[in-house]
Design a binder for this molecule. Sequence first.
Ligand code: PGA
Length: 253
Amino acid sequence: MTGRLRRPLVAGNWKMNGLRESVAIVEAVRNGLTPRMREAVDVLICPPSTLISSCVAAVYDTPIAIGGQNLHAKASGAFTGSISAEMLADLGATYVIVGHSERRAYHHETDDGVHAKALGARRAGLCGIICVGETKEEREEGRTLDIVRAQLAIGVPKGANARDTVIAYEPVWAIGTGLTPTPADIAEVHASLREMLGQIIGSEAQKVRILYGGSVKPGNARELMAVENVDGALVGGASLVAEDFLGIIAACA
Ligand code: PGA
């Protein structure tokens, strides 16, 4: 897709999946990227932290970026089991997912916590992918826009810019379910998010990428990526199958 205002980003979130042998998926994606894909799309893979080093090695000298799935807001300290942005950067990661709905649901992450983590990512020179999204109940109650705008308003730090921040709209009910909102629903949410972003960071909001995530597959990617203000995808399940992930990248190219 030429003439885009923002270069699309296709990001894979492996979640808690992958052993050392799974680095082969990264190699297959690397080997399957066509010149057209390389030219038109930014590609990111976020494996579990245990695989970041090996994945960074596997994409050496390629345009594929590697990211973390979570971080602690502080740089270091007595926080057993946690990983800081500095540690991710030290491994060669350049992005980190912040406030994924699974972190919010299972680890009680709040919007204030997301804000602190986004600042941590910026401090270490990582690009934070800040996730927002409504639950099924919230959508049914007609509260989608209120919910995602509030998440954005609190989560995104002042002074955020297109280099250190990406937004991902991921309706909770669409994650891992095979369900997706209609293109019209996605267009409405993304337009509202961009407007809200404008209130926080001014004209820079036009440059910040807003990804759609939730059951993106090769079969629906073209339709979803054609929606106005959709600047790429955050992909869970389909990012674990190289052929599917490449199909989604191709749909953005
Ligand atoms: P899914 O997950 O593509 O498997 O729906 C998306 C996500 O959680 O980022």
